[in-house]
Design a protein around this ligand. Structure first.
Ligand SMILES: Cc1cc2nc3c(=O)[nH]c(=O)nc-3n(C[C@H](O)[C@H](O)[C@H](O)COP(=O)(O)OP(=O)(O)OC[C@H]3O[C@@H](n4cnc5c(N)ncnc54)[C@H](O)[C@@H]3O)c2cc1C
Length: 375
């Protein structure tokens, strides 16, 4: 009988990894405490934007993000084959506008850095920027254009992943809260759920912001993940405002979707597990977005969505095996979980099935936190 694998958490990471494992012949059950794909992965804006996201310090993470972006076309093709649902990847490009001298200096530094490491970026004047995105404010003085960044409808993607996983033979159990991981003699042997123990040969924690909350893992082996609250607003575009590119304004972004939504986001808040939208943050995000694209003013609001990004201590993902035999992690994807989905699913599934550690994921192992010393 094939080894049984249990995945804890049916967000984008759990679903995609489960699907890739099943495709490779594994017997996989996903246990989801609520409804699959309705947590952080649902609230996300769906930007596939390694360039726009990159700071100066996180170059290795950038390369992982870029690799993942390159994997997207193959990932979507396989998904279509297994689900018969098309989730399209929109290569819309991203524009980073500046509105005053401070902004210009800031984006100039970001531009110089990207150019130095050979990325395809372009420096634009305000009018050149408005030729690309006519809805940008006339106050835009300069902008950086990143033609390779794109986006995807993450909600559609979740639907395709769920269908593909089930079609390929995976079992998805919703409303199944995993209370504990059972560990015996340094080996993960199963999970405890609804008062019963379920045996498994391999257990993968894909529980997003809740990854540290599952009992059973010794404290020193727990993934250092916390929730980072993000609020975003879905507006409905009409003839007065039809944005066609992702706009990365200072302190707000706007991401147009093919179905007519314009996602405006997002706050970054340390509020624990609080998932309530707040007037102050929504006001602030809309104001900053309106400064960049004034014509959003009259658009109707479809919804306000709140998600908890799983943020690790160093804000990089935690992917790979652990000191406990049979226990793996795929969590801590923070602001880039949608973007990092293909690389996480392909590399970790291959590693688990073949037993050969992934070189690509080596740096992102949980063991990096065990080496930390407090000075
Ligand atoms: C406002 C916002 C905008 C974002 N925009 C982007 C973006 O543009 N691009 C991008 O790449 N990323 C973006 N992100 C980040 C992205 O959403 C996350 O990195 C990604 O969704 C994490 O996926 P996940 O599967 O790990 O977590 P989740 O989607 O949170 O899924 C975890 C699942 O585990 C389940 N679970 C937890 N505990 C248990 C348990 N004990 N038993 C069973 N099930 C359990 C939960 O119910 C949940 O369904 C954004 C996030 C937010 C909040």
């Amino acid at each position: 009988m094939a080894d049984k694998t249990i995945i804890i958490g049916g967000g984008i990471i759990g679903l995609s990894l489960g699907w890739q494992l099943v495709r490779r012949g594994a017997d996989v059950e996903i246990l989801e405490r609520s409804k699959a794909g309705k947590s952080s992965s649902w609230a996300a804006a769906g930007m596939l934007a390694p360039q726009a996201e990159m700071g100066f310090e996180d170059i290795e993470l950038f390369y992982l993000c870029r690799k993942s972006l390159e994997m997207y076309p193959r990932f979507l093709e396989e998904l279509y084959n297994d689900s018969c649902i098309k989730a399209e990847y929109d290569k819309c490009g991203a524009i980073m506008p500046a509105f005053d001298r401070d902004d210009s200096e800031r984006i100039r530094r970001l531009f110089d850095f990207r150019e130095k490491i050979g990325l395809p970026v372009q420096w634009l004047t305000g009018s050149e920027a408005r030729e690309i995105e006519p809805y940008l404010s006339p106050k835009c003085t300069f902008a950086v254009w990143m033609p390779e960044d794109g986006q995807i409808d993450n909600r559609k993607l979740l639907e395709t992943l769920r269908t593909a996983f089930i079609n390929a033979g995976g079992k998805l159990y919703e409303d199944h809260l995993v209370e504990r991981i059972n560990i015996k003699n340094g080996k993960a042997i199963g999970v405890h759920i609804h008062g019963i123990d379920i045996e498994a040969d391999k257990i993968i924690v894909c529980a997003g912001s809740w990854s540290k909350m599952i009992e059973g893992i010794p404290e020193e082996a727990q993934p250092p993940v916390r929730p980072v609250k993000g609020q975003a607003i879905s507006l409905i575009m009409d003839d007065t405002c039809k944005v066609t590119h992702a706009v990365r304004a200072p302190d707000a972004y706007l991401v147009p979707k093919k179905d007519g939504r314009l996602i405006v986001g997002a706050s970054v808040e340390e509020m624990g597990f609080d998932e309530k939208p707040t007037a102050g943050e929504i006001f602030r995000i809309l104001e900053r977005a309106w400064e960049a694209v004034p014509s959003i003013y009259d658009l109707k609001i479809q919804s306000i969505d709140v998600g908890l990004r799983p943020g690790s201590r160093d804000h990089e993902p935690i992917i790979g095996d652990s000191d406990i035999e049979g226990l793996y992690f795929a969590t801590g994807h923070y602001r880039n979980g949608i973007l990092l989905t293909p690389v996480t699913a392909y590399e970790l599934a291959e590693w688990i099935i073949s037993g050969n550690k992934s070189e690509t994921l080596a740096r992102f192992n949980i063991s990096r936190f065990h080496k930390e010393t407090v000075s």
